[in-house]
Structures are given as structure tokens and as C-alpha cells.
Write a protein of this length. Structure first.
Length: 66
């Protein structure tokens, strides 16, 4: 990543193809929705976690691990 960053900073042209999420990461606008293009199942799981109350699940998990 340092090599790519230095090349971009120095204005060098790169013959590469980056993912949409990489471009968004460069401009600091990456969200969990961007994972959908890479892994739809993981995105669905993350979306469910954000849309539902999981406090009971987290408490149960923490109690089991102790």
C-alpha cells in the first residue's frame, strides 16, 4: 500500500484497476454498504446487526465466554 500511496502522491500513472471500495476508502466515504459488492452474505449479516437490537445476544455471548 505504501508503494501505491507514494506513486499516487507523486502523480505517477498506475496501470491497475482498483475496487470501488478502495476508491471510496481513499476519499474517506467507506461504509458497511460497500461490502455488498464483495460479499453479499456478510453484508446481509451486518445489515441485520445494525437494524436489530442485539443487546441480549451480546450479554449472553459475554456470559458464556467468562
Amino acid at each position: 500500500m505504501d508503494v501505491v500511496g507514494n506513486a499516487l502522491f507523486d502523480g505517477q500513472l498506475l496501470d491497475v484497476h482498483f475496487t470501488r471500495s478502495f476508491y471510496k476508502h481513499i476519499v474517506c466515504s467507506l461504509t458497511y454498504h460497500d461490502i455488498k459488492a464483495i460479499d453479499t452474505d456478510h453484508f446481509k449479516n451486518l445489515k441485520w446487526l445494525f437494524e436489530n437490537d442485539i443487546s441480549d445476544i451480546l450479554e449472553l455471548t459475554c456470559m458464556i465466554q467468562h
